[in-house]
Design a protein around this ligand. Structure first.
Ligand code: AMP
Length: 417
């Protein structure tokens, strides 16, 4: 038996309504903030991510699904969306059509990580990117949009953490200070962190090794070494969040793994999903567009993991959807009325009613059972004496009462559904 690939998951019809509910909410909230949807290909040239995300990040160095296609091009299944959105904006000169582009997406992503609860190899994200503005209102807006979506899903156990990574010049100076601090502790660091000393030193803050955590406890913090411009920008973000009453914590150790971040960085965590607790992460990336060979266009965005969010919703019992139902089941009483049943069903279906009929030559009793199972609000009995007289019987499944209608008068039946 061929099974789904490790780390990938089928979404079955019994679960799909949760996804639709979440996706609809995302679309509504995004629309109210005037974000427009963008869709990009699943496949991109590998260089987009290696340049855009950075060679030294976990995503690029260990997790990408990369292969050489039949025309000898190195292609990659997208592991995140920001680089693709920025590429699309540059390629189609969206920035020349309007100075600020507010875009959102809902899309599958691919990373070859070790599968565990809340961590998959194909997973889904929704997110937003605002390209073309440096105003801290946009940084705050990302947090507000993400927070509002999670709150609208009924999630309570969430924490917003924010930090600032400043501008590259102050960050470079700080990295030097951090390196000096870590230099004589090198031998005590884990192998992974030792490697990061030269490649991605900030990421040592993300280490889960007890020894590394101890060492980083006393490390100098970036926020203490930020320039005035970065501090002012960060202060404005905090003021906006206070004004809109979104609770947040400043976490000076929040660094995030991607090279292109500048200024604001944030995460929204849930205490309802176990160790993979980040529901959402984002920040400002003023350097990305240039890094992938384009024009200098600042940006800010976030990405949220749909599987994890739905898991949090389930664990918090945060939304319950009404039971499935259909509007109408047409029970074919006489076997020979196959064509008539199809014809009648189509008339209702074209009026946007959710209608089912029997395809398995079931008995009237079995059709009735099926109608009940599908949660049919009403059934029509097609056949018998009534049919000979040009009529059908409509039964209300909840009330139990029956009415007889003229078969030629569909509109009257619809008015009674
Ligand atoms: P990132 O792009 O790594 O900042 O991820 C943003 C969000 O996507 C995270 O907060 C998670 O909710 C989700 N996410 C990232 N990687 C995975 C994964 N392998 N499986 C499931 N969700 C993920």
């Amino acid at each position: 038996m061929i099974k789904a690939i490790t780390g990938t998951k089928d979404t079955l019809p019994s679960d799909i309504r949760k996804w639709h509910h979440l996706e609809e909410l995302v679309r509504n909230v995004m629309a109210s903030f005037n974000y427009r949807e963008i869709r990009t290909p699943i496949l991109e040239e590998t260089a987009l991510f290696s340049r855009g995300i950075g060679e030294s990040t976990d995503i690029v160095s260990k997790e990408m699904y990369t292969f050489i296609d039949r025309s000898e091009t190195s292609v990659t299944l997208k592991p995140e969306m920001t680089a693709s959105v920025v590429r699309a904006m540059l390629e189609h000169s969206l920035d020349k059509q309007q100075p600020l582009n507010k875009l959102y997406y809902i899309s599958p992503m691919f990373r070859q990580e070790r599968p565990q609860a809340g961590r998959f190899r194909q997973f889904h994200q929704f997110g937003a990117e605002a390209l073309g503005g440096t105003n801290p209102s946009l940084d705050a807006e990302m947090i507000i949009v993400a927070y509002d979506i999670l709150k609208n899903l009924g999630l309570n156990n969430i924490t917003v953490k924010i930090n600032s990574l400043g501008v590259p010049s102050s960050r470079e100076k700080y990295k030097h200070i951090l390196k000096i601090y870590l230099n004589d502790k090198k031998t005590q660091l884990s192998e992974e962190s030792r490697k990061r000393l030269d490649t991605n030193i900030l990421r040592i803050f993300d280490s889960k090794e007890a020894n590394d955590i101890n060492i980083m406890e006393d490390a100098p913090l970036l926020i203490e070494h930020l320039d005035n411009e970065s501090l002012e920008q960060f202060d404005m973000v905090k003021q906006i969040l206070l004004a809109v009453k979104i609770p947040f914590e400043v976490d000076a150790r929040l660094v995030r793994g991607l090279d292109y971040y500048t200024h604001t960085t944030f995460e929204i965590l849930s205490s309802s999903v176990g160790s993979q607790s980040a529901l959402c992460g984002g920040g400002r990336y003023d350097l990305l567009a240039e890094q992938i060979g384009g024009r200098d266009i600042p940006g800010v965005g976030f990405a949220a993991g749909i599987e994890r969010i739905l898991l949090a919703c389930e664990n918090e019992n945060s939304f319950c959807l009404p039971d499935d139902f259909i509007d109408l089941y047409i029970i074919r009483v006489d076997k020979e009325l196959v064509a008539k049943t199809n014809e009648l069903a189509l008339l209702f279906r074209r009026k946007n009613l959710n209608v089912e009929i029997d395809y398995l030559n079931r008995s009237v009793k079995a059709q009735m059972r099926e109608a009940n199972k599908l949660g049919a609000k009403r059934v029509i009995f097609l056949g018998g004496e009534e049919y000979s007289a040009g009529k059908v019987v409509l039964k209300d499944m909840k009330e139990g009462n029956q009415q007889i209608f003229d078969l030629n008068n569909i509109d009257e039946i619809i008015n009674n559904l």
